[in-house]
Design a protein around this ligand. Structure first.
Ligand SMILES: Cc1cc2nc3c(=O)[nH]c(=O)nc-3n(C[C@H](O)[C@H](O)[C@H](O)COP(=O)(O)OP(=O)(O)OC[C@H]3O[C@@H](n4cnc5c(N)ncnc54)[C@H](O)[C@@H]3O)c2cc1C
Length: 392
């Protein structure tokens, strides 16, 4: 039996910071090592489903999130010609579960998480390079040559995790076969009404957009192709050509984008692992269960991980037993999302006209009811953290 008093967290992304806040609130001191020179994430946006908002509410962070993040009312799915395939009334979640689904700039979410870091030591510009563990603790090896001993180590160091590599081997992630370009455009609220989310399907291409602040739109253009490419000046023109003839406001959004905000990402994931931790070392977020963007839940699951990890450490005196219980609890949920995201990504990347027609027939038939029901069940998981006022 060894109660956890001090945790080392590798990685200061959304998962690492959420874990630091949750552990701190559970009475466990955390030290975060972030390899970047400062704590920041890219300029893109995120969809935060109600399950993650309920988790954030229990950390006391949703008032700050809701000050900046527009509440999503409807998630619409359309063809590139503008025909409606399905519409999900996600705005209803707030009445049913107490928190809305929102869209937020990553940097804004990161700032909110940082406000909860009281008592946490954050050391930037320092990467974790490896670890050793024994019956009494774990020693992290760091890029500055120093070591740091604690009761447990959490690898929240993303898809290329060094903690994961030592635990499970250095297998590269799996390329999904498509590339995403993300950007931010400033348009008036009259062009993009508040709470708009649209996912638009073409042939081997997609375009997704949603507002992350009044009149400020985060968008993503996705196209099948090889990994490893790079962009130069003129990337926006080539994105605009990809979506030529698509229904309004796709071209207006691309035109209103500042090219310097465009981020290109080869989309990768991993199949679920049978195990991810060992003894006093565990993984969290993308280090544990990377999933493609197709379910919009990667960061949401990292936040959920953080809460469950803190709960298990608070209630179980043995650190290895608490980490094993955390992993057992998180694996089924995150594995099913990894699989669903992979399948949805395959459907979304179909390019054969017959296949695309069939996909749209299927979406018209079942997306609005069947798929929404499944999404709502995923979201409902977060009610375990709902405040009594939100539990209706
Ligand atoms: C195109 C796209 C769209 C997405 N949309 C959504 C969405 O709408 N909603 C959603 O919930 N999720 C979404 N996701 C997924 C989401 O971005 C990730 O799941 C989430 O960012 C994972 O957070 P993380 O903290 O686990 O990892 P990361 O964000 O990768 O953070 C890891 C951190 O660890 C640091 N690090 C790495 N190695 C080391 C080391 N050795 N030592 C110390 N520090 C280290 C890194 O610098 C980084 O700061 C999307 C992803 C993509 C690619």
């Amino acid at each position: 039996m060894a109660t956890a008093r001090h945790a080392i967290i590798a990685g200061g992304g959304i998962g690492g910071l959420a874990a630091a806040v949750a552990l701190n609130q559970a009475g466990i001191r955390a030290t975060v090592y972030e390899r970047g020179e400062d704590l920041r994430v890219g300029g893109a946006g995120l969809h935060l489903w109600t399950n993650a908002m309920l988790a954030l509410e229990s950390l006391g962070l949703t008032d700050a999130v809701r000050k900046t993040a527009p509440v999503q009312e409807f998630c619409e799915f359309r063809t590139w010609r503008g025909e409606l395939l399905a519409s999900w009334p996600v705005g209803e979640f707030v009445d049913r579960y107490g928190q809305p689904t929102v869209a937020i700039a990553r940097s804004a979410l990161h700032e909110v998480l940082q406000t909860g870091l009281t008592g946490t030591e954050v050391r930037t510009g320092t990467a974790l390079t490896g670890f050793d563990q024994d019956a009494d603790g774990v020693t992290a090896r760091l890029s500055d040559g120093s070591t740091h001993r604690a009761d447990l180590l959490v690898g929240a160091d993303g898809i290329g995790s060094a903690v994961r590599a030592q635990l499970l081997g250095n297998t590269p992630p799996r390329y999904a076969g498509y590339v995403a370009w993300r950007g931010i455009a400033d348009l008036g609220s009259e062009v993009i009404p508040a709470g708009s989310f649209r996912s638009i399907f073409g042939r081997g291409t997609r375009f997704v957009y949603y507002d992350i602040a009044p009149g400020r739109v985060h968008w993503m253009s996705v196209e099948n192709g090889p990994a490893g490419g790079a962009d130069g000046p003129g990337v926006l023109e080539s994105i605009a050509r990809r979506h030529l003839g698509w229904a309004d406001p796709v071209q207006r959004i691309i035109t209103a984008t500042d090219e310097s905000t465009v981020i290109r990402t080869d989309i990768v994931d991993r199949a679920p692992d049978a195990h991810w931790g060992q003894g006093r070392v565990t993984l969290l977020g993308d280090a544990a269960h990377p999933m493609s963007f197709n379910v919009g839940q990667g960061a949401c699951q990292a936040i959920e991980d953080a809460l469950v990890l803190a709960e298990r450490l608070r209630t179980d005196d043995s650190v290895p037993a608490a980490l094993a219980a955390y992993e057992d609890e998180r694996k089924p949920r995150t594995a099913s999302m990894q699989k669903a995201a992979n399948i949805l990504g395959k459907l979304g990347s179909w390019s054969n006209p017959l296949a695309v027609g069939t996909r749209h027939l299927l979406m018209r038939a079942g997306w609005e009811r069947g798929a929404f029901k499944a999404i709502e069940a995923d979201v409902r998981y977060g009610t375990r953290w709902a405040s009594p006022a939100g539990r209706t």
